[in-house]
Design a protein around this ligand. Sequence first.
Ligand code: ADP
Ligand code: MG
Length: 381
Amino acid sequence: MSARVREEFARIHGPAPEGVWAAPGRVNLIGEHTDYNDGFALPMALPQTAVLAVRRRADGLLRLHSAQGDGRITELRVADLAPGAVSGWARYPAGVVWALRERGLPVGGADLHLDSTVPTGAGLSSSAALECVVAVAYEELYGLGLERPELARVAQYAENAFAGVPCGVMDQMASVCCAEGGALHLDSRSLEVRQVPFDLAGHGLRLLVLDTRVKHDLADGAYAALRAGCERAARLLGLPALRDLGEAELPGALGRLPAGLVPLVRHVVTENARVGRAVERLEAGEPKALGPVLTEGHASLRDDYGVSCPEADLAVEAAVAAGALGARMTGGGFGGSVIALVRAGEAARVTGAVADAFGSAGFRAPVALEAVPSAGARRLG
Ligand code: ADP
Ligand code: MG
C-alpha cells in the first residue's frame, strides 16, 4: 500500500513525498454516545486505514487529492482557511491544518495524496481516519511535539468547528491510540487510555462487521439534539456531565427529570456501566462473555436513545437468532454498521442469516467485513 501511494503521489504531484502515514477506522465494542458526556468507551482499530503521502510546500498552498475522489486536486490557500470556507471531503484534512494553526503552531501548506480502505459513511469512522492521518503526518513533519491525545483533540476540533460535525472524541482517540491485539478503554474526560487484551482468535472467536448500507449523517441535527438533551439533563441534575451519575443513583435522578430526558439519561448511565462490565470480562480473559453486554447495549440504543434503524435492528436480531454470542449497532447510529461476536465456525452461518433476513425484508444486501484488533496511526515509510 505504502509503495503504491508513494508512486501515485509522484504521478499526481510531481516529486516524491517526504513520508507516508496510515490511520485506521474503528469499531466501538461498547460505550456509544458516551464520549460527549465525558464517559467511557471501548473501541478497537480496524485493519482498514486511511493512507496519506505528504510533501510540504513553501508557498502556503494546500493541494489535496484522494484516490476515492473525483480525480481533481482541491487547491486551497492555508492563510484563507476558515470554518465554512471549504466544502466536501477537503474540509476534513484542511480542517486539521486550520486547527493546528488555531493552536498557534507554525504549520503551512503541503501536497497530499490520500488512499483509504475505510468504507465511508458506514459508521466505521472514515472521517476520523482521514483527520488523524493528516494530524500524525503534520506532527512528525513539523516536529510539533504533540502527544497522541492532543492530536485526537485537534482532529476532533477540526471536525466540530471546521467541518461542522458535532462529534465526540472517541473516533479520533481510537484512530491514534489503539494498539494491535487489543481494545482501548477510553476515559473521554481525562483522555486517559488503557489497552485491554482482546484475543479473538485465541478464544476461537470472530467479530463480524455488517454494513447495513444505510447512510447516516451525524451533521443532520439529530445527533446535535441528543447531545443538547444530555447537556440539559446534566445541568438540571447539577452535574458537570452525565458521566458523574452512577448507576446506583439513577432511579433517584430520573425522578427529577422531565419525561423526555429520562430515556437519554438511562442510556448514558447504563452504557457507561456496560463499558465497565465489558472491560472486566476482557481482562478476566473471557471475551465470550462480552456477547450479552453487546446485545443489551443495542436494546438501550434502540429503545432508550432512539438512534437505531430497522436495518440495524434486523441485523442484530438475525445474527443473535443464528447463534451470535451478541450483536449491536456501532457508531453514532441512524444506519451504519452492526458488529456481531461469533464462534469462528459460525461466522458464515451468521453472515448468511443476516443476508437472508435482509433479502426477505426487501433491504439492500449488507456488506460483511471482519474486525481484527489492529494498530493505531503510524508511519509507513
Ligand atoms: P464515517 O466517518 O462513519 O465514515 P462520515 O460521514 O463522518 O462517515 O465521514 C465520511 C466522509 O469523510 C465522506 O463523505 C468524505 O467526505 C470523507 N472521506 C472519508 N474517506 C475519504 C476518502 N478516502 N476520500 C475522500 N473523502 C473521504
Ligand atoms: Mg465520521
